[in-house]
Ligand binder design. Structure first.
Ligand code: NAG
Ligand code: NAG
Ligand code: NAG
Ligand code: NAG
Ligand code: NAG
Length: 327
């Protein structure tokens, strides 16, 4: 057996123990009776649904009170849809913690106190906010950056107009970020630069029209492949990609790209100014066209593509297999 394989096996054999340090928190049993009605609890997973109105603060209070002194109040998952909630106040969750926090459909939620999740800073691994159309997102990255153990962050349609410069702090476990926001127009300088473990970054369904040099930048080199997905971005095309906007990622990167429903010509060519430096920056850099959006080989604007670059143009065929584009 090749020694490399053995070494990798050994690393993997030990990894879970290292990574699971925080999950070693024992999970809470579901509360008995109807302490959290109309929310439900199943296998350490609490769900509060919008179908029935509920007072989140009162439910948290009652949940917290239903445990004895030495009993765990740590849940695997806390998922709430909250269409009447207007704010998440300071210390809202009291001593209740959860590894996965999902808040969805908070149509009237205007603000999240920066300490709303106080007590969960070192516990939350997955954080998702979805459909909060009137939320003030000024402090959203301050909140996210408190989750020092977080590995997955999803922000979808939360009225996020801008991703500020340096948005994400050095969250060493963060490997997946999904941002979908049709209100999102601007992205500042180096928002992801400190995230050296990032493996998936999706910026989709935004109103971003340009990705200047300085956005897709990391502060340290890595050999870990980054999968960068850009789809359903109605205003983003070759025109908005700055020279060197894609060549400072400092790691192998696969760009997953797709045209919008309205504009099937959106990515029929790859602009030399942005993509030539991208291919040159790392031999592992590739572009994968999703759906039926592959470039037109015959387009004169693709003439700059040499055989080495063409080899790295991929698409997904009808059997879901990744194939090279034949030009
Ligand atoms: C794991 O937890 C132990 C004690 O609970 C701590 O000493 C150690 O530093 C932690 N390791 C990591 C990698 O977080
Ligand atoms: C809780 O745990 C502590 C230390 O392990 C112990 O001294 C105390 O008696 C326990 N309290 C209850 C109510 O079980
Ligand atoms: C990436 O891999 C190459 C070849 O194995 C190695 O020389 C280099 O140090 C690695 N870089 C990083 C940042 O790990
Ligand atoms: C590229 O985007 C700009 C502005 O977002 C738009 O005006 C232009 O029509 C687009 N071009 C193509 C080929 O999609
Ligand atoms: C690509 O975009 C088209 C048009 O919006 C859509 O129909 C298709 O499902 C997308 N493909 C993938 C794989 O997302």
């Amino acid at each position: 057996m090749p020694s490399k394989y053995i070494i990798i096996s050994i690393i993997y054999a030990f990894m879970p123990h290292i990574l699971c340090n925080t999950t070693s928190l024992s999970l809470a049993d579901c509360p008995v009776g109807d302490a959290i009605k109309p929310c439900i609890c199943h296998k350490s997973h609490i769900t509060c649904d919008e179908e029935q109105e509920y007072d989140l603060k009162a439910i948290i209070g009652s949940l917290s009170d239903s445990y004895g002194q030495n009993q765990s109040k740590h849940f695997n998952r806390f998922e709430f849809t909250a269409n009447t909630l207007t704010e998440l106040s300071e210390n809202l969750f009291k001593d209740i913690t959860a590894a996965v926090l999902w808040l969805m459909g908070a149509e009237q939620l205007k603000s999240i106190n920066v300490n709303a999740f106080h007590g969960m800073d070192a516990v939350v691994k997955q954080f998702e906010l979805r459909n909060c159309p009137v939320l003030n997102t000024d402090n959203i990255f301050t909140i996210v950056n408190k989750f020092v153990m977080v590995d997955t962050v999803a922000l979808k349609e939360i009225n996020l107009v801008a991703i500020p410069s340096g948005a994400f702090a050095r969250l060493t476990r963060l490997h997946t970020i999904t941002i979908y926001d049709s209100r999102l127009k601007t992205i500042g300088d180096k928002p992801f630069a400190a995230l050296n473990s990032l493996q998936k970054l999706e910026l989709s369904q935004t109103s971003v029209a340009s990705l200047p040099k300085g956005v897709l930048v990391f502060s340290a080199d890595s050999n870990l492949t980054l999968r960068l997905t850009l789809q359903k971005n109605e205003w983003l095309n070759n025109t908005g990609l700055g020279a060197d906007s894609l060549s400072q990622l400092a790691r192998p990167t696969i760009i997953y790209i797709n045209h919008t429903f309205k504009n099937s010509r959106q990515w029929k060519y790859l602009a030399e100014k942005a993509f030539k430096p991208f291919f040159a920056a790392n031999d592992g850099n590739k572009v994968l066209f999703l759906g039926h959006s592959a470039i037109l080989c015959g387009d004169v604007r693709n003439k700059w593509l040499n055989p080495n670059f063409i080899k790295r143009l991929l698409w997904i065929d009808f059997d879901n297999k990744v194939k090279q584009i034949e030009c």
